[in-house]
Design a protein around this ligand. Sequence first.
Ligand SMILES: O=C(O)C(=O)C[C@]1(C(=O)O)C=C[C@@H](O)C=C1
Length: 403
Amino acid sequence: MATTTTSLSDPSFPKFSSPNHQIKYRSVAAQPRTSIKFRPISPIRVSIDNPNDHVGDDHNKKRTQALELQLLFGNSLSLSSSSSSFSESNFRESQLHPRPLTASDLSSVAKPGSRIRVAYQGVSGAYSESAAQKAYPNCEAVPCEQFDVAFQAVEQWLVDRAVLPIENSLGGSIHRNYDLLLRHSLHIVGEVQFSVRHCLLANHGVHIEELTRVLSHPQALAQCENTLTKLGVVREAVDDTAGAAQFVAFHKLKDTGAVASAAAAKIYNLNILAQDIQDDSDNVTRFLMLARDPIIPGTDRPFKTSIVFSLEEGPGILFKALAVFAMRDINLTKIESRPQRKQPLRSLGDHSYGSLKYFDYLFYVDFQASMADPIAQNALRHLEEFATFLKVLGSYPMDVSLT
Ligand SMILES: O=C(O)C(=O)C[C@]1(C(=O)O)C=C[C@@H](O)C=C1
């Protein structure tokens, strides 16, 4: 059955309001990738330029002002990519409460008593929110509309960390986040394995036979392929599972259900028509914990290291690359290849039978060793000898809680 994409762009639909955090996010779908927009609750308005555009004094001043205001007013911060600077009254207000930044404000470690702020993609009730809570118990989970908004929220000091999905045991890799890992400058500081148990939700009084359409995140729809095929419903992809539940509830739909968590059913007052509808009871999503600074890797417990590299084209070159790990007995836990965005095709010049073009790939590899271990350092030194590009994305403790 075909999967279509639904835009939840009905202006009356309360997008990304977070009752817990009093932050309202405005859709950034129509904005350039590098912009981040928040609808203000308080009259405070701050403007931050795209950090990639320029990193001059002016930018740094605005960044400091934004951080200062965030420290003064917490969640009431509003960001806009427009060029207007923050208003005079806000400026006066910040002058009334001068609060010089200290070195500890700039450190990525949460102050005692303050809750660490963790960005996740989706709205309240999303699996990503639960994963953020598992990664950072008692954190303040901050909803973001898109993955790149979560990346930017960390980069711009609006939050301390982001927790984002990278792969699922049934649906496979979340390619968008592989690409974003390279386009942004965050470090992987941990991982979380989260058991995903999907429910079929509908408004109270609606029976399963009445459903003609089911909304959810594309990964969730893929993980429930068998159940949804048996039901014979049209599947529609939306930004996140909890957003689907919110939409069904807000519009009081009678013919449409949502695949989402039991937590989402409770939050949006929906009925659970069926539980554990994923194709396999072992349905696990692996999430990455991302921060502005890397952690210092240890050897006191099992560590994993994530790298990305590219290679020259040629027979056996990938075999040779992976051999640097095999010959040192280093276990690989994941390999993913993505076409290089900047140079997706490589031309191998003229041959008698014409010019050959190959896909030019980036290889993402996770291996089971810490960068504090000389064996891992030697393996990467060896790989560096012939890789055309190599970057360590992070070396972090493995989550062994589900094993
Ligand atoms: O939509 C959600 O609830 C999410 O947290 C996103 C997401 C994903 O991107 O894979 C997370 C876990 C599940 O695999 C399904 C969806």
